[in-house]
Design a protein around this ligand. Structure first.
Ligand code: B3K
Ligand code: ZN
Length: 873
């Protein structure tokens, strides 16, 4: 497979102005008729051939301006169709046949549980009909769907329904029209036996929009939260961005087999059922919050993505980074803002940093790819969002809003680039973004080494920042980035933020300094007392900040930093220092001793004023094994696990009564609601329970069992089940697992949780369990959610996946090889943990590499090929 390069971009020689499609649905032989109004680009050569993408299509007929095209006039291959000569303006008509029932890749038109649905982004439309399948070709669409009245009573497509009727042979049709020009990746069709809940939203200009969520009948009671989230998102986008919805109908459909979370097709969002269905008895608080975030994300795409779209797929972060940023702000406004930031950053620093340091590292705007599907990554999405956040912070909130207004107005109905977006921000604010643009082209996470010195005599504080971005594949040398560092100096006497004076100018107590060179020293004057610097507040840039904090400094910041995010981070850093010692002790076979400063810090947290329970729950949560691993030069999975368990148990022993008191103070019989208050209470209570369970405290065990059997809500039940299954008390875990599995055998999304809980336990029997569960009737390799819940979760189980006998790697590679044939997109994603082999000891490196080599020997999809190739390069 050959890569595509950004530098080769050419505007399309022919564009489609209007698209008419007719689908005659059949599982094995769906007929798709296309009627495309086409015209040559004014600048294109009159002899330019017409090139249409098309894959897995059986061509039935082809005509230009109603005259059939002779077979000698076109060339057809695996990738599409090429017609040597076409007029300046013409109507292209084609008919093809496709087989949705055989489509296990879940791209294009496929069947899920008997219902028809589509996924076209990025390049799935070419599996539906011959078309210039690229985002810079935007057309209005009229779509007729013909189906069986019994099997497919509901026939949906984008836009508004304009005609419907009955046909012979028990068939019927509905015609849909979407007046907004769109690229074909936003096309969608759904047909099946679906049921809907309906609601309404009145937009800011007073237009009434019908909202529908379509699900299988048994899920009708699981849509309330998604609907409420949708309405909140619609209102938020009007207030925060002045963006109004632009059709009379907005539909969401839940499907069981879906590669990603959801898809923002115009007016017809298609969702993974896991990203829309919730019920207090089946979904955890985290699932409720995910649904809210994803519903909002897809809705926000209506402007950031659909009305203004991407010129080419290299610009993917233009819509994804911006939309993630929008959904993050929405969730922060709707829930606890500090906790949202802590959770986002915590995930980001674990997973995106690892991606940026591995063999698949790429810039937010890649300059080449083999398979675009492999680029729906944490870098494009989450790092893209961090960069948009930096832009907002650089220009200020007001300018950011004006800049986004300008962007949406100027480019409405167009397919544009990242320069167009940043250009609007520059134009409005007058800021110079030329150096800043390197964030988009340079991969890798910058390291910042910070060093500070207080000069008592002159009352000065000298802060030196040095930046260095490590080499990444294809980018050996890096240029310095423009890094905004939000900071404060916290006085060690007063415990307060000191006023910052830089270059003779007072810049406030909490300010942003700009690092642009490799190294810069900032001299703060009029510093009356020795400070501890609080740097990178709110994680003001996606960098690794190293400062030689002492444990006393960190304990100080943990209590005194005015920035909640940095208070949390100080706690994490303090725990990491203790963990470092314990990891070394474990490796050297020396007795482990708990750092009393961590115990004291936790004790202070537990006995201090408890203003925000959600933040407190985060503060009490130790860094994950994955995050600890990120900090180590060579990952020793067993030492990390042992060290972390030791810290958990030491804290539990020392603070047992406090944890018990916290638990008891936060039990409630209130009816479940996914409100920030209730979620905070549950998470605090459940963190306390996890400490008690880590030492198998008798009272803790009793509480855990009671929490499981009281069956109050899934958050509590799942936590209790997890703690039982992850403990050594199999006598208690087995009956609980059995009861849970029997109770929920009919609900695949709950069974996914049942799988995950079991395969993430630390005990050594997990590999056998995974193999056994893969034979379970509720498991199927064809369903991406099942694969993620069982195999994906196993690969996150660090001690078991990285077994020294290599069997964990082997199992993953076996699954990848099988999935490569069924679903290349999911197969390629599943390889990720194996691609990180450089981070491990030599034995594991060799084992991981040999599994990658084994995969490489197979006939591979371009998706898997690209990842394996990079991983072994
Ligand atoms: N835009 C979709 C991505 C789907 C691509 C799958 N190959 C989801 C989202 O970001 O909203
Ligand atoms: Zn998106």
């Amino acid at each position: 497979p050959q890569p595509v390069y950004l530098s080769d971009y050419q505007p399309p020689a022919y564009r489609v102005t209007h698209t008419e499609l007719t689908f005659d649905l059949d599982p094995a032989a769906t007929r798709v008729k296309a009627r495309l109004l086409m015209e040559r680009h004014p600048q294109a050569d009159a002899n330019a051939p017409l090139v249409l993408n098309g894959e897995h299509l059986k061509l039935i007929s082809l005509a230009i301006d109603a005259t059939s095209v002779d077979a000698s006039a076109y060339a057809l291959d695996d990738e599409g169709l090429r017609i040597a000569q076409v007029p300046e303006r013409f109507v292209l008509e084609s008919e093809v046949e496709i087989a949705p029932q055989d489509n296990t890749a879940l791209e294009g038109l496929y069947q899920s549980n008997g219902m028809y649905c589509t996924q076209c982004e990025a390049e799935g439309f070419r599996r539906i009909t011959f078309y210039p399948d690229r985002p810079d070709v935007m057309a209005t669409f009229k779509v007729t769907v013909i189906g069986n009245q019994q099997h497919e009573p509901i026939l949906l497509a984008n836009g508004n329904p304009i005609e419907r009727g009955e046909l012979d042979g028990g068939r019927h049709f509905v015609t849909w029209e979407d007046p907004h020009p769109k690229p074909c990746y936003l096309f969608a069709l759904v047909a099946g036996n679906l049921h809907s809940v309906e609601d309404h939203f009145t937009t800011m200009s007073g237009r009434n929009v019908t909202l529908q969520i379509w699900v299988e009948k048994e899920n009708l009671d699981k849509t309330e939260h998604a609907m409420a989230s949708l309405k909140r998102a619609m209102e938020w986008d009007e207030q925060a961005y002045g963006r109004e919805y632009d059709l009379d109908l907005f539909m969401i459909v839940a499907v069981n087999d879906f590669n990603m979370g959801a898809m923002e097709n115009k007016g017809l969002n298609i969702f993974n059922s896991a990203a829309v269905l919730t019920h207090p008895q089946t979904a955890t608080d985290t699932a409720f919050q995910n649904v809210e975030g994803i519903v909002a994300h897809e809705y926000f795409h209506n402007w950031s993505g659909n009305r203004v779209t991407c010129r080419d797929w290299f610009q993917l972060s233009l819509k994804e980074g911006f939309t993630v940023f929008r959904d993050q702000c929405f969730s922060a406004d709707t829930n606890s803002a500090p906790v949202k930031r802590i959770q986002d950053v915590s995930f980001f620093r674990t997973a995106q940093f690892a991606e940026d340091a591995g063999p698949t590292a790429h810039p937010i705007r890649p300059d080449h790819f083999i398979e675009i599907t492999n680029f729906y990554t944490l870098t494009i999405y989450e790092k893209g969002a961090e960069v948009v956040r930096m832009i907002r912070n650089l220009v200020g909130e007001e300018n950011f809003r004006r800049g986004s207004d300008l962007y949406f107005e100027r480019f409405d109905g167009q397919a544009v680039t990242i320069e167009d977006f940043v250009g609007c921000m520059a134009e409005i604010s007058g800021e110079d973004f030329s150096q800043f643009m390197r964030w988009y082209s340079q991969a890798g996470t910058p390291d910042i080494d910070a060093h500070g010195e207080y000069d008592y005599v002159h009352g000065e504080y000298h802060l030196t920042l040095r930046q260095r971005t490590p080499a990444t594949p294809g980018q050996p040398d890096k240029l310095p980035l423009h890094i905004p560092v939000r900071m404060g100096l916290v006085g060690t006497k007063s415990g307060q933020d000191l006023t910052l004076t830089l270059n003779g100018e007072k810049i406030g107590k909490d300010a942003v300094i700009h690092l642009r060179d490799d190294e810069q020293t900032f001299v703060f004057t009029d510093v009356a007392e020795a400070p501890v610097p609080s740097l990178l507040r709110e994680f003001s840039a996606p960098v690794k900040l190293h400062y030689p904090y002492s444990r006393e400094d960190l304990a100080f910041l943990l209590t005194h930093d005015s920035d909640g995010f940095n208070r949390w981070d100080a706690g994490q850093r303090l725990a990491l220092l203790a963990l470092d010692d314990l990891i070394a002790a474990h490796r050297n076979g020396v007795e482990k001793v708990m750092d009393s400063r961590v115990v004291d810090a936790f004790k202070a947290l537990l006995s201090g004023p408890m203003s925000d329970k959600a933040v407190l729950a985060e503060m009490l949560t130790l860094p994950s094994e994955a995050y600890i691993a990120e900090q180590q030069p060579i990952v020793d999975v067993d030492a990390i696990h042992a060290a972390r368990e030791f810290v958990r148990q030491s804290l539990a022993v020392a603070l047992r009564d406090e944890f018990l008191a916290i638990y008891e103070a936060n039990v409630t019989e209130q009816q479940y609601a996914p409100t920030p208050e209730q979620i905070a209470q549950r998470s605090l209570k459940n963190v306390a329970l996890s400490y008690l369970m880590s030492i198998e405290d008798e009272q803790g065990l009793a509480l855990c069992e009671a929490q499981f059997s009281s069956d109050h809500n899934m958050t509590d039940v799942r936590q209790a089940l997890t703690l039982l299954v992850h403990s050594d008390r199999d006598d208690l875990a087995s009956p609980a697992l059995k009861a849970f599995g029997e109770k929920w055998a009919h609900d695949p999304l709950v069974m996914d949780q049942w799988f995950t809980v079991q395969v993430s336990r630390p005990q050594a029997d997990v590999l056998e369990r995974v193999k056994y569960l893969m034979q379970h009737p509720a498991f199927s390799l064809k369903n991406p959610n099942r694969v993620r819940a069982l195999v994906g979760a196993f690969a996150q189980n660090r001690v078991n996946f990285h077994r020294l006998d290599g069997q964990g790697y082997q199992l993953l590679a076996d699954v990848v090889i099988e999935l490569n044939r069924l679903n290349p997109e999911i197969a390629a994603r599943l390889i990720t943990p194996l691609t990180r082999w450089q981070r491990f000891d030599e034995t594991r490196q060799a084992l991981m590499r040999s599994e990658l080599e084994r995969i490489k020997q197979q006939p591979l999809s371009s998706n898997v090929y690209e990842v394996v190739e990079k991983a072994l390069a």
